[in-house]
Design a protein around this ligand. Sequence first.
Ligand code: ZN
Length: 308
Amino acid sequence: MTLLYYDQRFLEHDTGNHPECAERLRQIVSLLDSRGLANRCLRPSWPQIERRDLVTLHSESHLALLEQIAAHGGGRVDPDTVVSSSSVDIAKLAAGAVTDAVRRVLTDEDSNALCLVRPPGHHALAERAMGFCLLNNVALGAQAALQAGVERVLIVDWDVHHGNGTQAIFYDDPRVGYFSVHRWPFYPGTGSAEETGTGDGLGTTSNVPLEFGISRRDYLATVQSELEDFADRIQPELVLVSAGFDSHRYDPVGSLGLEEEDFSRLTTMIKDIAKSHARGRIVSVLEGGYNPPVLAECVATHLECLLR
Ligand SMILES: [Zn+2]
């Protein structure tokens, strides 16, 4: 089975007329229900992430600013990034889903989990929100794994945008391998192939920047070979996925020409790597994807493959 994390409260992160909207999750959940996929999953309940777990990764000033904006009824924390009155609680629930999923997968409650959360996380830096992201969900998940005694984690980020926040958080940390495939040149501007880590973390970051117009075949072949090599070097005990679906050809924000079925191929690659190195342990976390019906189909494809 798969642990499926979703809560109606994620719809309460009110971004107004913004591509990262509640409708994204509404359509995903409705499709997973109608296809009978949600019924094939276990549905844990979980708490918000605790403050002591947040502050080991995010700065107090970052959290204080978010809380202050929320307490004043909401606003924007950067030009792209909305905080509504309930957004901080929702973001803590989203991060809590990922850390709970990590703990359950590490205790063999299930081999894999899919966290259908919002707001997304991979642009969030330790010190500030950015690019629709308030808290870095996947990074908090990696940190929970390290705290649970895992020595090496692999984060695979296939969102069309480079996960600058996740990369920065673990740039000098050899325990967390960060692999990103993304459109290039593109927002947020980081993620060149030369960015490979620093200090003790040198070689534990791998960026695969790809230009718009690359064929699907070349995209998949490149990811497969680069990711296998990287995973062999990292030898992860757990694989986390920053699963963004904005590289789909019909995505209005991103697009790198992919089709739904390509996410099945990507998921299979992750499963193979997790099976080779990590006893099959995968925690997948929703990031981007801004065409709601297309996003829903892509997530269904991803979950079907996880369940297989
Ligand atoms: Zn994205």
